[in-house]
Design a protein around this ligand. Structure first.
Ligand code: FES
Ligand SMILES: [Fe+2]
Length: 374
């Protein structure tokens, strides 16, 4: 089925893999949640056990090669290792079996057994893992340049959504919805919010995504129906929310650089939909700023903890309520306002790091690129 932009719609929805892009680093869980006890996580449909032992962080496939018990039900018996809770096969953080407890210390079994180990890292108070089949690049390769400045104050949290990650990443591209869905949010309560608009995009300088900008009109006269929106006397703040733009990066997260509302500190926010399985997403939200002085630091903390995080939650929940009931079941009817969604699907398809085991995805028939307006 072709739409007016010459796009093969059915083909295009498959350009974002159901279980996410393999061969990228993903944020998994807050560092503080992995202590003495092993922790089970699922990401891109893979079950992983995280454990700390002998001062090391390990991430292994959460299935014991012996008889399939979950390693996350095990415990640490020896420093630097994790032992299965069923018969005590014991693994180090490289995935090598180093003991089979019930077979005794002289067992010749351990050197013959190996399980999958995932590359892991800890940054920003978060545990990250590389999920894929290729050799991992450094974690920095998959992070935006905006968050690498030292001395930043960071707040972050995870939240599980009942939906596919694809709807979430496409919701980022589809930023026109902001002035429609979020106009009643507390975060935009005093903003003069445009009625309608259009989007344009260009590739990011580092080639790892696209940057999207919008232009908008404050009112619309819809023939035979009337004007929209109704005037609201309490909206006095000139909103730049659509015009300021943002970046969408592989493997599918959004980076917004702006000033903290009212306090005016430059801040960077990140929302990263991490696929759990085909219909669940772990949403990682990070809010980062670089306050110069102690006073600024304190102000920002009070502002974030006391006010802003609640406004942000309310704002994001408006997306969640829609996205959790959205479906890819039937063909879409895409139109001019969907150029950024189309371009994002196309870009993601082109940039994806495909491992040797990745299924072939047919090439995407793309929409015509639209230049970014000055
Ligand atoms: S199932 Fe893990 S040691 Fe037996
Ligand atoms: Fe939204």
């Amino acid at each position: 089925m072709n739409d007016e932009l010459g796009l093969d719609v059915a083909q295009d929805t498959r350009s974002l893999p159901e279980l996410g892009h393999r061969n990228y680093w993903y944020p998994l869980i807050e560092s503080s949640r992995v202590g003495q006890k092993p922790v089970a996580v699922r990401v891109l449909g893979e079950d992983i056990v995280l454990f700390r032992s002998g001062g090391k962080l390990g991430a292994l496939a959460d299935r014991c090669p012996h008889r399939g018990a979950r390693l996350s039900d095990g415990r640490t018996l020896f420093p630097g290792t994790l032992s299965c809770g069923y018969h005590g096969w014991t693994f180090n953080s490289e995935g090598r079996c180093v003991a089979a407890v019930l077979e005794g210390p002289e067992s010749r079994l351990p050197p013959k057994v190996h399980t999958r180990a995932y590359p892991v890292a800890e940054r920003f108070g978060t545990i990250w893992a590389f999920i894929g089949d290729q050799d991992p690049p450094p974690l920095d390769e998959d992070l935006p340049p905006e968050i690498k400045k030292p001395g930043a104050v960071i707040y972050s949290y995870f939240e599980e959504w009942d939906c596919t990650w694809r709807n979430v990443t496409e919701n980022f591209a589809d930023s026109l919805h902001t002035i429609y869905v979020h106009r009643g949010s507390l975060l935009m309560l005093f903003d003069k919010v445009p009625a309608w608009g259009s989007l344009a995009f260009k590739p990011l300088p580092d080639g790892k995504g696209i940057s999207i900008k919008g232009s908008s009109s404050m009112t619309g006269d819809y023939r035979g129906l009337g004007k929209y929106p109704a005037r609201s006397w309490w909206r006095f703040h000139a909103s730049k929310k659509l015009a300021s733009g943002y970046d969408l990066r592989m493997p599918g997260y959004i980076v917004i650089t702006r000033a903290t509302p009212w306090l005016n500190f430059p801040t960077v926010s990140l929302q990263w939909p991490v696929p759990v399985d085909s219909n669940r997403t772990s949403m990682y939200t990070m809010w980062l700023t670089n306050p110069g002085t102690f006073r600024e630091r304190l102000l920002h903390r009070l502002w974030y903890v006391g006010v802003f995080q609640h406004l942000l939650h309310g704002f994001v929940d408006q997306d969640r309520r829609i996205i959790e009931h959205q479906t890819y079941r039937d063909p879409e009817k895409l139109s001019a306002s969907d150029v950024a969604v189309i371009q994002w699907r196309r870009t993601a398809y082109q940039l994806a790091r495909r491992g040797p085991e990745a299924p072939e995805v047919p090439p995407v028939a793309g929409a015509k690129p639209v230049p970014v307006e000055a």
